[in-house]
Ligand binder design. Structure first.
Ligand code: ADP
Length: 334
């Protein structure tokens, strides 16, 4: 597993639970979404009614699960947690829905990965608070409508575009999470250091924030490795020296690129003279699956302006050549 992977790893779960902010007021960053969501929740609270269903979209590790839990906490309601891949049959969903208490929050992670039949059942339930339970088989089967108490769905997706329109339309509020500014990551890291009870200097925190790809999950993971280094080799505190050395040990460079990212840039510049080169050719050159390069390395390289996508293939930018310490070729690159 890559240390800069934004997806949750097995060893992340327990620490992550401990580091999640519990209330909206303790959630740094995402100002717009936080204010919008705060308004939706406060209005519902004053009306004494369940709020509109909430859809949260954005890349992994930015706080969608955390916000779902905050929604429940702010509404003072219990939360039921499940995910699209866990709901393969409409029947799985029917049993979850029919056991919800009034006002309960249903968190559906990776909602774009539900089966089509479950999707259809979900959007009827979201609109009319009703499911049709099918009893029997074949021509004799009958659908028995079952009334549900009002509840609130919080859906999370990394790919809002993949949701069918009828389902997307059932969400009264959609919040788009974006990568965090370094300053917000610093606030998050300082708070995490406090919770982990490790002393931290401002410069150490800033260094970790700068290399965390705008992603709190990665920031918290890097912080844990820096803490390890500080406790074993350092003075027991997260400072600039500990951050620099621990991140060097784990191959995270000054701008947050890891070995795979650099291998991609290196192949692009040295082997393919800066491109354009097709993604699958590039993947073969670095010995990885095409999908890994496409979903894991490329988005950040593109976002940071090291690689651009063109109709003829991937192209290294001036920044890529400079980052590798190579001379930028005459006239050719964007
Ligand atoms: P997602 O569901 O979008 O993949 P999570 O909500 O699971 O992301 O967040 C991943 C980790 O990052 C958790 O440990 C969480 O505590 C932390 N985190 C995310 N956003 C924030 C934030 N705004 N403030 C503090 N911690 C955050």
């Amino acid at each position: 597993a890559r240390i800069v992977d934004a997806a949750a790893g097995e060893d992340d779960a327990a620490v992550e639970a401990a580091l999640r902010p519990r209330r909206l007021a303790d959630f740094p960053g995402q100002t717009k979404v936080r204010e919008q969501l705060g308004l939706v929740l406060e209005a519902a609270r004053r009306r004494g009614a369940a709020p509109d269903h909430v859809l949260l979209s954005g890349p992994p590790g930015l706080g969608k699960t955390t916000l779902a839990m905050i929604v429940a906490a702010e509404l003072e309601q219990p939360i039921r947690v499940t995910s699209g891949p866990a709901i393969q049959h409409a029947g799985d969903l029917a049993s979850v829905l029919s056991s919800l208490a009034e006002g309960e929050v249903l968190f559906l992670d990776e909602i774009h990965r539900m089966s089509r039949a479950a999707e259809e059942m979900l959007y009827l339930a979201m609109e009319d608070f009703r499911v049709d339970v099918v009893v029997g088989k074949g021509p004799g089967a009958t659908a028995i409508p079952l009334e549900l108490p009002p509840f609130t769905v919080v859906g999370a997706t990394t790919r809002a575009g993949l949701l069918p329109a009828p389902l997307r339309d059932r969400f009264g509020f959609t919040g788009h999470l974006d990568f965090y500014e370094d300053a917000d990551l610093e606030v998050i890291l300082a708070r995490s250091a406090r919770l982990l009870q490790v002393p931290a200097h401002e410069e150490g925190i800033a260094e970790i924030a700068r290399r965390s790809r705008g992603t709190p999950r990665i920031a918290n993971r890097l912080l844990r490795r820096v803490r390890d280094w500080a406790e074993v080799h350092g003075a027991g505190r997260v400072d600039l020296d500990a951050a620099g050395r621990a991140l060097a040990l784990f191959d995270v460079d000054e701008v947050g690129l890891d070995r795979l990212d650099r291998a991609v840039l290196d192949a692009l510049c040295r082997r393919f003279a800066g491109g354009p080169v097709g993604l699958s050719t590039l993947a073969v050159a670095v010995g990885e699956e095409t999908e890994t390069v496409e979903t894991v390395a490329e988005p950040y390289l593109v976002r940071q302006g090291y690689v651009s996508r063109t109709p003829r293939g991937r192209v290294a930018t001036t920044a890529a050549w400079e980052h590798l310490g190579l001379a930028v070729p005459e006239g050719g690159q964007p």
